[in-house]
Write a protein that binds this ligand. Structure first.
Ligand code: TYM
Length: 328
């Protein structure tokens, strides 16, 4: 059995990008491995969050995990802030990181671009993410393509730590979907779909109503021409819609291409809207049930207890290796 850990920020409505790039793989991995899936609320506050919105979003993300099929009797589902070892190891990993390597992180560069006041938390964010992963000695980290660079940094920091203080951390591997690792924005096939995009038409939220989904897909940008062919280089927009179709329907890209041979974008988009609405309908139904069940508190408490048990052991070993005196 391998250890699996991943997390999503409660910083907006979760999108089809989060679902296809990450959550589908959480669901897939949970039965074979020992899994830890958290809501990374400490990461979310690297940009300003309204306290009421943070509370609501944190519970909402946890409920979406469950609605998507994560079984809390297998996987530990918890909030990052309920496991204090994250903040503590986060600090220790910050001391292992170099300014230069943090400056090279493309997510930092994107988020800092054009701002005159950039939060320090945004800068050291990858060290906290490294701590998240290393605390559990995770072997596999299911993520979308945009987190690959953070995983590489995590490996560098783990290697540096092991070299200085002796073998302590396991080297984690990213687990990235072959199709759907980077779902693109509906209004621009060159930008990734993002929950923090101010234009809600650029993404499909997991909680969008069927009508919103239909509207957004019918307005989605499409490339010149009319053929339904998978060609991300030359036809990024239709290729992105085909990727979404494939991941939500279980069909392969080849099957989709074959079945829309000779048909135009209109017919394809109409069907895609039904595929997406149909795939999200059961998830939304379960989501509503979970939110009204009053069960989330118990699930998160249990998840945090299991996470704490593992994280505390790692943190104790790390502190001992670094030369911190144990409590006397
Ligand atoms: P976040 O909250 O931005 O995204 C959560 C997960 O969704 C994936 N994702 C996508 N996949 C495909 N296409 C997209 N358009 C798309 N948008 C998002 C992300 O790759 C991610 O897997 N730093 C992380 C959160 C984090 C974390 C961790 C992840 C903190 N600690 C430890 C793994 C392990 C982040 O900002 O993800």
């Amino acid at each position: 059995k391998l250890r699996v850990l991943s997390g999503i920020q409660p910083s907006g409505q979760l999108t089809l990008g989060n679902y296809i790039g990450a959550i589908l793989n959480y669901v897939k991995l949970q039965h074979e491995h020992e899994c830890f899936f958290m809501v990374v609320d400490l990461h979310a506050v690297t940009v300003p969050q309204d306290p009421a919105a943070l509370r609501e979003q944190s519970e909402s993300v946890a409920a979406l995990y469950l609605a998507a099929g994560i079984d809390p009797s297998h996987a530990a589902v918890f909030l990052q802030s309920h496991v204090p070892a994250h903040a503590e190891l986060g600090w220790l990993m910050t001391t292992m990181a170099y300014m230069g390597e943090l400056e090279r992180m493309t997510q930092f560069k994107d988020k800092a671009e054009g701002k005159d006041a950039v939060g320090a938390g945004l800068f050291v964010y990858p060290a906290l993410m490294a701590a998240d992963i290393l605390l559990y000695n995770a072997n596999l980290v299911p993520v979308g393509d945009d987190q690959k660079q953070h995983l590489e940094l995590t490996r560098d920091l783990a290697g540096r730590f092991n070299h200085r203080f002796g073998d302590t951390f396991v080297m984690p591997e990213p687990y990235i979907p072959k199709v759907g690792a980077r779902i693109m924005s509906l209004d621009d096939g060159t930008k990734k779909m993002s929950k923090s995009n101010p234009n809600a038409g650029s993404y499909i939220a997991l909680l969008d109503s069927p009508d919103e989904i239909r509207k957004k897909i019918s307005r989605a940008k499409t490339d010149l021409g009319r053929e339904i062919v998978f060609d991300p280089q030359n036809k990024p927009e239709i290729s992105n819609l085909m990727t979404i179709y494939a991941q939500l329907s279980g069909q392969t890209l080849e099957q989709i291409q074959a079945s829309y041979d000779g048909q135009g974008y209109g017919a394809f988009k109409k069907d895609l809207a039904e595929v997406a609405a149909g795939a999200l309908e059961p998830l939304q139904r379960k989501y509503a049930e979970i939110r009204s069940s009053g069960e989330i508190g118990r699930i998160l408490r249990d998840g945090a207890e299991r996470a704490n048990a593992v994280a505390e052991v790692t943190l104790r070993r790390v502190k001992e290796s670094m030369g911190f005196l144990p409590p006397m």
